[in-house]
Design a protein around this ligand. Sequence first.
Ligand SMILES: [Zn+2]
Length: 218
Amino acid sequence: MTTGEQRRVDDGAKRFASVGATPTHVVGNMAGTPIAAAARHFEQKYGRAAASDVVTRIPARWRELLRPNTEAMGLLGSRWYPYAFLADWIYTAKIVVHAPDEDAFIRELAWAGIDGSMSTGMRAMARWLGSPRAFAEHSQESWRLFHDTGIVSVTTIGEHELRRRVVDWQGHNVVVCKVVAEVFTRTFSKTGVREARCRREECVGWGHKACVFHITWR
Ligand SMILES: [Zn+2]
């Protein structure tokens, strides 16, 4: 790990401390901007009552991160949130609205999170979205917008295909890993290509050494 990486990880730990929750991981947090955007989407689509249900039904250890009857359930774009919280939040939301297909529900929230972020706090991303190649070249930089841990490398396979490999992803969570695959799909589609797809090929949750995302487009 380079000094720069270590500094970012330390920053992540500090940000976590400022959240004030009771963590199982000091590092392993996602930026609040896309999460708050996903929460706004959830409220608009499923209603304030459903959002309040999520706040009251989420496991008790996360309750102080949420505020009932507040926009975006009180989630803030300026904060970072533990992966374990994000997974419980999605799972609780899924139960509240009786979403029949977990993967489709994760896709819905992840895409809403990306779309909402682009219209608000993450305009920096736009300059990497000129082409899939530009996005690949800024892989680590774009990853750091969302995550306080994880080292990303990219292997270009062909004109319309690449692999993103994430190692040293502390606090890895399978739900977050699925979210990331959907985020990649959505961000690649924003580069103007057609039929962007991302498949999780390997995952530390399955016993592999890295999480590998295979991205294709036309
Ligand atoms: Zn994974």
